[in-house]
Ligand binder design. Structure first.
Ligand code: SAM
Length: 281
């Protein structure tokens, strides 16, 4: 198995569940507007355990998907998930590094990338590399979050500090948990045209219990909780301040608590073949 990059969330069963909860809870919010024509060839890069793949194939049952991930284990889980969920889906699976894809030039009509750029040290380079396999006139869709968009009630400096630990640890691992706000310059800088970025906001309060559970608790707080050991080992917070921060985050998911987070979705067009200077970051 290829060893994956230093991926801040890891590849545990807990993370598999979290990615599934995240994708299922946010499917309508993130996937609305994304449907590919019958017969079109779509590349999903960094498919992970297939949490988004099931929604892609549901929205575009007649398209042909190729799903790629660098981690063989995730890819096997993705295949099992999609087979169970949509046995007739047209998906090919490929273990590969998105910086060095084993496909001919201009092979795909569309490329879809969700929650991958945030883990890469050179996201613009990644977007440029994807242009090679995308036909001229083909579209790119990228979805990323931005932890700086997190605010909640009751407010808590301890809770914000716990979120900041995740931001710092992801940065130390070479990623960027604040990447959502940079999508327009990144996609434009990689040479795409017709770039449109729109925010997709999650807001959860007691009137939306499915979001409180599926997003606030099982997606966002679960993600922050998962970095406890690393945050404490790095001395970013004391154990008691950390525990207070997590308690305060959970408080936003009870009673009169509220929680807000914004994702960003970019859609753009590949104008044509790469120029020699396009590949550098
Ligand atoms: C946060 S997960 C997102 C998975 C999925 N897109 C989703 O939204 O549930 C990021 C995925 O990107 C993959 N990945 C990271 N770097 C990669 C690379 N260079 N080439 C291919 N996949 C990569 C990781 O293995 C991981 O499965």
């Amino acid at each position: 198995m290829t060893t994956p990059i230093d991926y801040v969330h890891g590849y545990s069963a807990h993370e598999t569940r979290r990615l599934g909860d995240q994708a299922d809870t946010l499917a309508e919010l993130l996937h609305s507007g994304t449907a590919y024509p019958a017969g079109s060839k779509v590349l999903e890069v960094g498919c992970g355990v297939g949490a988004q793949t099931v929604h892609l194939v549901t929205a575009s049952p007649q398209a042909h998907f190729t799903a790629v991930d660098i981690a063989a284990r995730s890819l096997a889980q993705a295949r099992a998930r999609v087979t169970a969920y949509a046995p007739d889906a047209r998906v090919s699976w490929q273990q590969a590094n998105l910086f060095d894809l084993p496909f001919p030039d201009a092979e795909f009509d569309h490329v879809f990338v969700c929650f991958v750029l945030e883990h890469l040290a050179t996201p613009r380079h990644a977007l440029t590399a994807l242009r090679r396999v995308l036909r001229p006139g083909g579209t790119l869709t990228v979805i990323e979050g931005d932890h700086g968009s997190t605010f909640f009630h009751p407010d808590s400096a301890y809770a914000h500090a716990a979120v900041d630990c995740q931001v710092q640890l992801q940065s130390t691992a070479g990623g960027n948990a604040l990447i959502g706000r940079q999508l327009h310059p990144l996609v434009t800088g990689a040479g795409y045209t017709d770039v449109v970025v729109r925010p997709r906001t999650v807001y959860a309060d007691r009137s939306r219990p499915a979001l409180v559970n599926g997003f606030t608790r099982n997606t966002f707080i679960a993600m922050i909780e998962s970095v406890r050991e690393d945050a404490l080992a790095a001395g970013l917070m004391t154990p008691s301040d950390w525990d207070r921060g997590i308690r305060d985050l959970h408080r936003t998911a009870t009673g009169d608590g509220t929680f807000h987070y914004t994702f960003f979705k970019a859609v753009a067009v590949n104008p044509g073949a790469l120029d020699p200077g396009d590949a550098s970051d």
